[in-house]
Design a protein around this ligand. Structure first.
Ligand SMILES: O=C(O)[C@H](O)[C@@H](O)[C@H](O)[C@H](O)COP(=O)(O)O
Length: 265
């Protein structure tokens, strides 16, 4: 690892290269899975789309393919594009093809959205599914709110600082009543998406942000450094788990505009 730093309730790990980052990410997720299965008997994980999925790929290789207790995994999407499940844009398809077709997850534990209804209906239905699984304790409930407490939510970040499908200056950032909401005007195509809201993300036991490449360096700086009041508030900066742990996995180009003081804190 090139550098690491702990500040308040978040930790940053900056890696020399993507290979090293992927190994560390697989180790970290495997450890969280083991701890959760030991404590609760299950591991409820929610994923986003984008490059983080291929960066999670080592989880499906030795030794993790054999050591992770895959049948205890319950898989969700922190955001999903409202397209058919077999469409190239589907986050479900991406994760299935790259990860879950390679390890013995239980098909009925994989909770993808209903792709045959509108974005609004898909969000409502997805929230209903999550509510049922909170009732049956597959997903825990937050100690501080009525929100679900996922064992882990894995997020990427766009170069505009968006996370999940929570985009800068979008009213979706203010949604606090719903657990899952929808947008029809995503600046990143495709336009129709469902997304966990900030209260749900911030209620998780663990949140991981996986961000690589120099096109993200400005947004990483805005998300993590002590920015002035005239700096734009990027959604990634609003990811602040109430009780849970926040971990950023970065490569050196993505971390290139961070204040060096981050690493001595
Ligand atoms: O479905 C999506 O589009 C996402 O969930 C989105 O939030 C993604 O994670 C980021 O845009 C980062 O994507 P990249 O890592 O590919 O840049």
């Amino acid at each position: 690892m090139a550098l690491s730093g702990v500040h308040k309730d978040r930790e940053l790990r900056v890696h020399e290269n993507l290979d090293e980052l992927s190994t560390d990410l697989a180790d970290y997720i495997a450890e969280l899975s083991e701890a959760s299965v030991k404590e609760r008997g299950v591991f409820a994980i929610a994923l986003s789309g984008g490059s983080l999925i291929s960066l999670m790929g080592k989880l499906c290789e030795a030794p993790y393919n054999k050591t992770v207790d895959w049948i205890k995994w319950y898989i969700f999407w922190a955001d999903e594009r409202v397209v058919a499940k077999n469409h190239a844009d589907s986050n479900y398809k991406l994760a299935k093809d790259s990860l879950f077709s390679k390890v013995p997850v239980v098909p009925s534990h994989v909770h993808s959205i209903n792709d045959s209804v509108s974005a609004e209906e898909a969000a409502d239905e997805y929230e209903f599914v999550i509510r049922q699984l909170v009732k049956s304790r597959v997903i825990s409930v937050s100690d501080t709110s009525d929100c679900p407490k996922f064992d882990l939510i894995v997020l990427g970040m766009g170069s505009d600082g968006h996370v999940a499908s929570l985009f800068p200056n979008h009213s979706v950032l203010e949604e606090t009543d719903e657990w899952v909401t929808f947008i029809t005007d995503s600046p990143k195509p495709p336009p129709e998406r469902i997304t966990f809201t900030l209260p749900v993300i911030n209620s998780a036991s663990n949140v991981v942000l996986v961000v690589t490449g120099d096109s993200k360096a400005d947004a990483v700086h805005l998300a993590l450094d002590d920015a002035g009041t005239d700096c734009p508030l990027v959604p990634a900066r609003m990811v602040q788990p109430t009780i849970g742990k926040l971990m950023w996995f970065l490569d050196k180009p993505a971390a290139s505009k961070l204040d060096a003081s981050e690493f001595s804190k």
